[in-house]
Design a protein. Structure first.
Length: 224
């Protein structure tokens, strides 16, 4: 039996002991050198993805401020599926446990791979899922403006304020009848493996009486 390791709050796990950062694991692409074919394919994916991403998010950002993000949610799910297809040239599919109810609110806890994690999972269910994002990311052109416009819960730069701020943001979303999509690792994987979870999102979910739904996205590390 493997003993569960408990890490005190604020203690950093060394990279070599963190599966999301440790090198030498199967499937780790960090040190791989891309050939000309792979570079051309990557450039083509970025071109087709951007051709859909930029105009779509521009229109959706305006719609968020005028009619509201909830009003265009069906299109948001279509946007997400199409972005995965155009940016990765991959087939998107979802497998949802039959116990997930459309009329119930949840915290969907997902593994963190890249900036496309949100769009990779979002269409899987019909729940309106509000994201949680570092407040500094709202300054990013296009992507940041889009996420801010849809009401994404901001995570302040000050670590001491984060739990209170996130829980307050989640409380407002729950009051509006919405679910939350969160990334409890708190940072993107470097190896493709899942890293240790931080406790904040689970504490907030417990305090708000929300069920936490484990959510796994596969294939995006290899695709991007």
């Amino acid at each position: 039996m493997t003993e569960t390791r408990q890490v005190p709050t604020g203690v950093q796990i060394p990279d070599e002991e963190n599966p999301a950062k440790a090198k030498g694991q199967a499937g780790d692409w960090r040190d791989e050198k891309l050939g000309l074919k792979d570079k051309l394919l990557a450039a083509a994916c970025w071109a087709t993805g951007s051709a859909w991403l930029v105009p779509s998010t521009t229109v959706m950002t305006l719609a968020h401020y005028t009619v509201g993000s909830h009003a265009i949610d069906p299109f948001s799910r279509f946007f997400c599926r199409t972005l995965v297809a155009t940016a990765t040239w991959s087939k998107w599919e979802a497998h949802v446990h039959p116990d997930i109810r459309e009329d119930e609110q949840y915290v969907f806890a997902q593994n963190h791979i890249n900036h496309f994690d949100f769009v990779s999972m979002y269409p899987a269910t019909k729940h309106f899922k509000q994201g949680i994002e570092l407040e500094t990311h709202f300054k990013y052109p296009v992507y940041g403006w889009f996420m801010k416009s849809r009401g994404t819960i901001p995570v302040p730069a000050d670590r001491d304020r984060r739990l209170i701020a996130v829980e307050e943001g989640m409380k407002k979303e729950v009051a509006a009848g919405r679910s939350v999509l969160a990334f409890p690792e708190g940072t993107r994987t470097l190896s493709g493996r899942v890293g240790p979870f931080r406790s904040g999102i689970f504490v907030a979910a417990r305090n708000l009486g929300l069920k936490v739904i484990p959510t796994a996205v596969t294939g995006m590390y290899d695709a991007m």
